[in-house]
Design a protein around this ligand. Structure first.
Ligand SMILES: [Zn+2]
Ligand SMILES: [Zn+2]
Length: 338
């Protein structure tokens, strides 16, 4: 099959269009013909070697497509339009039964890290990580759901954001950030976005942000507090080390931050005094559950939230997609069409 293979770590040119062996379907699994795959900041880190990815690897954890081979129980049949959760969870362990399928360690794992991902014509899946896709959603739109929309949906759930809350989103022009702004706004929260480039402010405002702050040195907490009329209730931290200190300063006492993005995957200095004195809550938030993917499909189908895809590329041009994101030219998701 056609695929884009990461054979070494490095620049975008490390992504090479090549023939790769077609995945095999295990008992109880599906094979899915990939029609669209989102490109995530996680993929950029993996390509650079920051995640210790085993090589060669096929990246991509944001897949929409059509079932090629169904499972024995007939839950999915050839031709069904589907979207896949980012991780193949086992669907059977105590963690999966509790609903926290994002924490399962028994299944095949995370696409592009633990098993080959969606920068390819065919991908393995299982009924436990597959959600039916209504005809009204295109494959390109659907590729923004598993991570672009669902990672923010999960983070807002972790934070318990409610109507009337004030929510700060860092990296608000990115794939996760932009949809987190839209989801917070839809919940009835006041959203404040921080972006690095002025050119991204308008699209973040259009997504529902009441205020957008342009800042690229991490020193944005005063502007956020001024806009919020005091500290914010919650932060969706989509960047990581460069913005975390500002996010903690922007929170009110008792505020919560969901740690989502990790652009510099090194250890981070933490201002303990700030966390202790303000009794802040730091919550890890790792991708999303299959139930949240189902919810996201419903929200998009009902017109409650719109996937934002700024650019599409043919699969073979995955390197160009990575380069465009690194130049800071994308807003929302960039999607590969297969
Ligand atoms: Zn992602
Ligand atoms: Zn499991």
């Amino acid at each position: 099959m056609r695929a884009v293979v990461l054979e070494r770590f490095g620049e975008p040119s490390a992504l090479v269009a090549a023939e790769a062996p077609r995945p095999q379907r295990a008992a109880g699994e599906l094979l899915v013909s990939v029609r669209a795959c989102g490109v995530c900041g996680h993929d950029l880190l993996a390509r650079r070697g920051a995640l210790g990815t085993a090589l060669p690897q096929v990246l991509g954890h944001e897949v929409a497509g059509e079932v090629l081979e169904g499972d024995e129980d007939g839950r999915f049949a050839p031709g069904d339009r589907v979207v896949l959760n980012q991780r193949m969870s086992c669907g059977k362990c105590a963690v999966c039964r509790s609903g926290a399928t994002n924490r399962c360690v028994r299944g095949a794992g995370f696409y592009g890290d633990d098993l080959p991902g969606g920068y390819a014509e065919v991908i393995r899946a299982a009924p436990s990580n597959t959600v039916a896709l209504p005809d009204a959603l295109s494959f390109v739109q659907a590729a923004a759901l598993p991570c672009g929309i669902c990672t923010g949906l999960h983070a807002l759930g972790r934070l318990g954001v409610q109507a009337g809350d004030t929510v700060l989103v860092t990296g608000a022009g990115g794939g996760v950030g932009l949809h987190a702004v839209a989801l917070a706004h839809r919940t009835g929260a006041r959203a404040i976005g921080v972006v690095r480039r002025a050119g991204k402010a308008a699209v973040v405002r259009d997504a529902g942000a009441e205020t957008v702050i342009v800042n690229d040195d991490g020193d944005f907490s005063r502007a956020v507090r001024d806009a919020a009329g005091g500290g914010v209730d919650a932060v969706v931290e989509c960047v990581g080390a460069p913005t975390l200190a500002g996010s903690l300063r922007a929170l009110r006492a008792g505020g919560r931050v969901a740690l989502v993005g990790n652009v510099d995957p090194e250890a981070v200095a933490l201002h303990l005094g700030l966390v202790i004195l303000k009794e802040l809550e730091l919550l890890g938030s790792s991708h999303a559950t299959v139930a949240e993917l189902s919810d996201a499909v419903g929200l998009v189908a009902a017109g409650e939230i719109a996937p934002h895809v700024s650019h599409t590329f043919p699969l073979a041009d995955a390197a160009q997609a990575h380069a465009l994101i690194e130049r800071g030219e994308a807003t929302g998701r960039v999607v590969l069409e297969v």
